[in-house]
Ligand binder design. Structure first.
Ligand SMILES: CC(C)(COP(=O)(O)OP(=O)(O)OC[C@H]1O[C@@H](n2cnc3c(N)ncnc32)[C@H](O)[C@@H]1OP(=O)(O)O)[C@@H](O)C(=O)NCCC(=O)NCCS
Length: 178
């Protein structure tokens, strides 16, 4: 593995740390993380209320639907967080990246939602539907419509999405440093 490659296994929590107060996508993620970390008992219940309120605020600011119970590996990046919709049963591995207007969900009520591996970058406007598995280090092109499994490191594009090449380990999404 190249030294510069983003890990598909180890979450890089620094990607999620807010850089300033007005950092809506990271504040949204922080609310979700804090909500999920609340324990049982009175304090836990109060904490959940507090972080659910904060989550609601940042969801309204960003127009991102990232439900509070979604299973998301650490290190998620939302560089232009707007118009993103994620079904709560979707699973995201560590260090994924979702560009603007991405949809991850089921296909009109048919059972099954996507499972993204680690370090999967999803381009603007991409839609991933149904019980599909997206392999580690995959790159989903802008406006792709993904209806089938994507192998690790594959770069897919089009509607329906097809593999156009495989990703170089040194290649990274330009926004990863955002
Ligand atoms: C998917 C992507 C990474 C492919 O880039 P690439 O490997 O350089 O691919 P190329 O541009 O060489 O294109 C290879 C082929 O795939 C097609 N293709 C590339 N991206 C496509 C896309 N998003 N949808 C449909 N077809 C696409 C090209 O037309 C080309 O087809 P051809 O061989 O018939 O001419 C890139 O197009 C993409 O979608 N990047 C997203 C960038 C992004 O998120 N930017 C942030 C904006 S805020």
């Amino acid at each position: 593995m190249a030294e510069t490659e983003v890990s598909a296994e180890t979450p890089d929590w620094s990607r999620e740390r807010p850089r300033r107060f007005w950092d809506p996508s990271r504040r949204l993620l922080l609310s979700l993380r804090r909500y999920q970390a609340c324990g049982d008992g009175l304090l836990g219940r109060l904490g959940r209320k507090r972080w659910a309120l904060s989550h609601r605020f940042w969801s309204a600011v960003t127009s991102v639907e990232l439900p509070l119970n979604t299973r998301i590996g650490g290190g998620l990046l939302l560089p232009h967080a707007t118009g993103i919709v994620v079904h709560p049963a979707t699973v995201l591995g560590p260090n994924c990246l979702l560009m603007q207007n991405v949809t991850l969900g089921n296909n009109y009520g048919r059972p099954g939602t996507p499972r993204l591996g680690g370090h999967v970058d999803v381009g603007p406007g991409a839609v991933i539907l149904g019980p599909v598995e997206i392999g580690d280090h995959a790159l989903i092109g802008a406006n792709a419509v993904v209806l089938k499994d994507v192998p690790p490191r594959a770069v897919v594009a089009g509607a329906p999405a097809r593999v156009i090449r495989f990703r170089d380990p040194e290649e990274d999404a330009p926004e990863t440093a955002a």
